[in-house]
Design a protein around this ligand. Structure first.
Ligand code: FES
Length: 315
């Protein structure tokens, strides 16, 4: 699923985590070298790298939290993995913070005898946390902006509300130019996938009944959607399981097209609305469109200024 905290589709969190991983690893290596040689300059360098790594970890936490709340599907195996990863990272930042304070306050006493064991514990925790982060990306595809058949791309609505049974306008047909295109819609606290399957428009739940994988990020072809996590397949007209490991069918929602606009019947409100909806990471649809237009205009302005500057340079 595409990261929310990204630069031109490149997620920011993985860029920044290289700072604490690299600096804290180097800090431990310098600490070991200092212990072996008794060289205090090496120990001071280890302290500097530890402080810089802590700053990098705090910076990486911000986009990481955005992706945790706004991208990882709720009630899924990735959500619990992401929670463990986040809690562990916060604990590691606290551990390295204590380590920095001990080293600064009493470099000869506590810094020397307690600093190194704390760094070793921190390094072990960091490796485990990196493994969890790797699983979130390489298996759960969190932050991966991949393309489906016909190079269809990721689309997502803001928050939409409506009375149960009311036909809500959720998308325009121009967003579904190719068969297989899907869009994740947030309606009354439900995550619903709108998709074009051949000439039909269908709507079904996003939550894979196996371990909560996001079907909107899967592949849709010939009436069947395939979950991106472990490959379960569901018929998008009946909701029936075509292929496991999932055993339970998915819910189908009534959808219709009126004057090139797609409408779905609003379901009853979901009392367990996702954290991203409650936390404000998911803005209401009109606000989201406004933000998108503003971002688009800014990008166009930057592109025209860059072009003008390049023209001046040539002249
Ligand atoms: S989450 Fe396992 S197949 Fe969908």
């Amino acid at each position: 699923m595409k990261s929310r905290a990204h630069i031109e589709s490149h997620p920011i969190h993985p860029m920044l985590v290289s700072l604490p991983i690299g600096l804290w690893t180097a800090s431990l290596a310098y600490d070991l070298a200092a212990s072996a040689t008794g060289n205090d300059r090496l120990r001071e360098s280890a302290d500097d790298m530890m402080r810089a790594g802590l700053a990098g970890a705090l910076a990486a936490a911000v986009p990481g939290a955005v992706d945790y709340f706004a991208v990882i599907p709720p009630n899924s195996s990735a959500k619990s993995r992401g929670a463990t990863h986040g809690i562990l990272n916060v604990s590691l930042a606290a551990l390295y913070g204590v380590n920095c304070v001990l080293r600064a306050k009493s470099p000869r006493r506590w810094g020397r005898w307690l600093g190194l064991p704390l760094s070793v514990i921190g390094f072990g925790g960091m490796m485990y946390s990196s493994w969890l982060g790797g699983t979130l990306v390489y298996r759960n595809q969190i932050g991966v902006d991949h393309r489906g058949p016909n190079a269809t791309k990721w689309r997502e609505s803001g928050m939409l509300m409506g009375e149960p049974g009311e036909w809500i306008d959720v998308a325009g047909m121009e967003e579904f130019e190719k068969s297989g295109q899907m869009k994740l819609v947030h309606l009354n606290g439900h995550r619903i996938v709108i998709a074009r399957d051949g000439e039909n428009i269908v709507a079904f739940q996003d939550h894979c009944t196996h371990r909560g994988g996001p079907l909107a990020d899967g592949v849709l072809a010939c009436n069947v959607v395939t979950c991106p996590w472990h490959g379960s397949q569901f018929n998008v007209e009946t909701g029936a399981v075509v292929s496991g490991p999932a055993e339970e069918r998915i819910r189908i929602f009534p959808a219709r097209v009126e004057q090139e606009r797609i409408r779905i019947a609003a379901p009853e409100p979901n009392e367990e609305a996702t954290v991203s909806e409650r936390s404000g990471f998911l803005p209401p649809e009109p606000k989201r469109q406004q933000i998108e237009r503003m971002a688009q205009r800014t990008m166009e302005k930057v592109a025209s200024l860059t072009k003008a500057a390049a023209g001046d340079g040539k002249a």
